[in-house]
Write a protein that binds this ligand. Structure first.
Ligand code: SAM
Ligand code: GLN
Length: 295
């Protein structure tokens, strides 16, 4: 029978009990969430948790774990409770203004890296822009992989920009990155070798139907793509096209069923759609790219 987290329970039994409570509340990934929350409440990594499996929880640890359990049972995502999320194997701190970076967005990083490696060398420092940078997930993953590049992230949220800047510092990337408040790419000049973006793309009317984890905890500024979900693409694609270097590439994340509509906008902005969208792990076309005509 699943009961509250009690001091005197072993770490292993606290983990199992929490997994059972989360599972009976219908929370997906209950086992993983329980492991992460026990680890956070006890400040132990997986190895520590295994090594100390039989140790009893202190009163303070049990109280902290119970607080985390209540928050998760109320559908707050684990990443919000922990205040951090791993993306591309790197740690990202979160704030209330930042989207929790999604594993699907790693598809954008993968495709951007593949395209970057095909670009002709220009003889100057590669320049990357991330429009709607949020926590910095995409931009900082790319800078981590491309040590010679400099990157600029934009956002309309000053709080998100502060979080991205803090993440850049924590990852040792401050001297290769800049963060600018503006409407999509409006304040940027370039020319950029790569422009990436995971813009808000959920149709406004669909937001009410999202899971509580997303609807009640991700900032709506990061989600709301207007009446058909395409407002951000319509605004940023022409801006990005103007700011790409000849031969440079734009890579954007697509929501469900949006890849084709995005390709139409890319072509209308005189960009060349020269490869199929890259699918995410579920097989959905997730990253869409186009090139600016080479010189
Ligand atoms: N790049 C991050 C990621 O992939 O996890 C965050 C993506 S989130 C879906 C979209 C971001 O765009 C949010 O941080 C939001 O604040 C920002 N945003 C929304 N409208 C914007 C605008 N008009 N100009 C610039 N950024 C905007
Ligand atoms: N991928 C996010 C979701 O479906 C949405 C993020 C976005 O609008 N770019 O919850």
């Amino acid at each position: 029978m699943a009961t509250n987290s009690k001091s005197g329970n072993s770490i292993e039994s606290a983990r199992r009990t929490l997994a059972a409570r989360l599972q009976s509340a219908g929370i997906e990934e209950a086992a993983l969430d329980a492991r992460l929350l026990v680890g956070a409440a006890l400040n132990l990594d997986l190895t520590g948790m295994i090594a100390q499996a039989a140790r009893r929880l202190t009163v303070e640890e049990a109280a902290r774990l119970e607080q985390y359990a209540q928050r998760r049972l109320a559908h707050e995502p684990v990443a919000r409770i922990l205040g951090m999320r791993e993306f591309w194997g790197l740690p990202f701190r979160l704030s209330e203004a930042t989207l929790v970076p999604r594993p699907d967005t790693e598809t954008v990083v993968e495709l951007a890296l593949e395209i970057f490696r095909e670009l002709p060398t220009s003889g100057r420092r590669p320049l990357i822009a991330d429009i709607g940078v949020g926590s910095g997930a995409i931009l900082l993953a790319l800078l981590h992989e491309i040590p010679e590049a400099f990157g600029v992230g934009t956002d309309v949220s000053l709080t998100a920009l502060g979080t991205a800047r803090d993440n850049a510092a924590a990852l040792g990337l401050s001297d290769r990155s800049g963060f600018i408040a503006c409407y999509y790419a409006a304040a940027l000049s370039g020319p950029f070798d790569l422009i990436v973006s995971n813009p808000p793309y959920i149709a406004s009317a669909d937001i009410a139907n999202l899971s509580a984890e997303v609807r009640d905890h991700d900032p709506h500024l990061a989600l709301d793509g207007g009446h058909d979900g395409f407002d951000a693409y319509r605004a940023l694609i022409p801006q990005a096209a103007e700011r790409l270097a000849p031969g440079g590439a734009l890579i954007v994340e697509a929501g469900q069923g949006q890849a084709q509509g995005i390709e139409t906008l890319l072509t209308a902005a005189a960009l060349i759609v020269d490869r199929s969208p890259r699918a995410d792990l579920s097989g959905m076309p997730r990253a869409v790219s186009a090139r600016k005509m080479p010189a």
